[in-house]
Design a protein around this ligand. Structure first.
Ligand code: ZN
Length: 465
């Protein structure tokens, strides 16, 4: 009886233990994959899990708690929980969110830089962006070795990046030589040639004019072509050569206009219809060239004819009004310009040959501007003009009113020992009528006729104001 009771207890206890064991027996709780290393920026994908107990699948009862903050690197846990018969079973998976991407360095300017040998490289700038840290430009470490600049940087996860800029110091650009004045120059035999000047600059050495070596000489006493060579090297040995050619040429033959026995027929105050046109006809028939000191009067076509038919169109003044032209220096030049513009407009030619109204010896100008002739006679020459008075007066402006009077006044004063500068006025009928006989006389007596050109020596009066 006692033994049976014990056995009974044992069996009961064993059954109880067995039941309890079945009840509390943990399920088979499997996580697929293990701990995970997740790269920053990637999404978490659940690898999967499975829960079974005594052949029964509890997977669908699993609750997953994912606390990953994908914006923050770190170690996270994913909790898996399942409740079976009121008992909770747990599993955890470790997820490590990491950054394995290195930062990106961007250089301003090229990776390969060439600078002048003496120059120092001036940093052009750089920028570093990291996928996790953002802008970490201030973390860059710069090291310089030889000709290389290395920019290195590490992000907060220790990923490092590096970029190198190579600086080459060299100058392969040759200097520039600039010659002042023309590269080809003509000079008359016997004249002095002087260097017009030059300069040399280099991209690296700046002004190296002092390093220019000049070779070659010009012998202006000998006709020929001479070359002056300018050579310059920069500090890197780049060389530039320039050359100037100087031609020593013979002087032009002395113009016959300067010779004695020449007659310059000069006509003032025109043009005028009825006289100038006939004078032009006569000159054409006689094949003689003359000089017309024109004003703003008369028709344009006569000035055109004067020019087209080979005569010299010279400048008297526009108004021929003494008060205007001698009232002031400005007044004179304004008036002169008017007539100069007229001639240019009609002929395309800018005349610089002038005759002062009343001649440079006039005294009437004193009434308007004392000393103006002393000034103007010098100033016009300084400005590049040539002015011509006369040494033979035909008297046609007052002394005589007849063709024979004009003729006599002219031929009476002609001389083979001088250049004969004849003052006439092409606005006068008696001059028109005397002209052919004057020309015939000159031809028959061995004179030659010429027009005034810029190379005609000036014939000038004594200045009286
Ligand atoms: Zn006049």
């Amino acid at each position: 009886m006692k033994k049976k009771y014990v056995i009974g207890i044992i069996i009961a206890v064993t059954l109880l233990i067995g039941l309890l064991t079945i009840f509390f027996w943990p399920p088979k709780f499997e996580l697929k994959g293990k701990d995970i290393e997740l790269k920053y920026g990637e999404s978490y994908h659940e690898p999967g899990y499975k829960v079974t107990k005594f052949g029964k699948d509890y997977t669908k009862k699993v609750k997953v708690k994912n606390k990953i903050n994908k914006d923050k690197l770190g170690l996270y846990e994913i909790m898996y929980e399942v409740k079976i018969n009121g008992i909770t079973f747990k599993k955890t998976r470790k997820v490590k969110l990491v950054d394995k991407e290195k930062p990106t360095i961007t250089l301003t300017g090229n990776e390969n830089i060439t600078i002048c040998p003496q120059a120092e490289y001036e940093e052009e700038g750089y920028k570093v962006v990291d996928n996790y840290d953002g802008d970490i430009t201030d973390k860059v470490k710069i090291t310089k070795k030889d000709n290389q600049i290395t920019y290195s940087v590490k992000d907060s996860s220790g990923n490092s990046a590096e970029i190198t800029r190579t600086i080459t110091k060299e100058d392969k650009t040759a200097p520039t030589i600039t010659l002042k004045g023309n590269k080809t120059q003509n000079i008359y035999l016997g004249n002095k040639w002087s260097e017009p000047g030059y300069s040399a600059t280099d991209n690296c050495d700046n002004d190296i004019t002092n390093n220019v070596v000049k070779t070659g000489t010009v012998n202006t006493n000998k006709l020929g072509t001479y070359k002056i060579t300018y050579t310059v090297k920069d500090a890197s040995g780049n060389q530039t050569v320039e050359q100037r050619t100087i031609k020593v040429i013979s002087r032009p033959s002395i113009p016959s206009s300067g010779k004695k026995g020449v007659i310059y027929l000069t006509f003032d105050d025109g043009p005028k219809e009825g006289t100038t046109n006939v004078i032009l006809d006569i000159l054409k028939e006689e094949n003689v060239k003359a000089t017309f000191f024109v004003t703003n009067s008369g028709p344009d076509y006569l000035i055109k004819r004067e020019y087209d038919e080979g005569h010299t169109v010279a400048l008297h003044t526009a108004t021929h009004n003494y008060a205007t032209v001698y009232g002031s220096k400005e007044g004179y030049y304004n008036d002169l310009k008017q007539v100069q513009d007229r001639v240019k407009r009609i002929t395309g030619y800018e005349s610089k040959i002038i005759r002062f109204p009343g001649g440079s010896s006039n005294t009437i100008s004193k009434k308007y501007s004392p000393g103006i002739m002393t000034f103007l006679t010098k100033d016009v020459v300084n400005k590049g003009y040539k002015y011509y008075d006369w040494n033979t007066d035909s008297g046609d402006a007052g002394g005589t009113n007849s063709a024979s009077g004009v003729y006599n006044n002219v031929i009476r004063n002609l001389s083979k020992n001088k250049a004969n500068m004849i003052l006439m006025h092409d606005i006068k009928p008696h001059t028109r009528d005397a002209l052919r006989n004057i020309i015939r006389y000159g031809k028959n007596n061995g004179y030659t006729f010429e027009k005034i050109t810029m190379s005609t020596p000036m014939i000038t009066h004594h200045v009286n104001n």
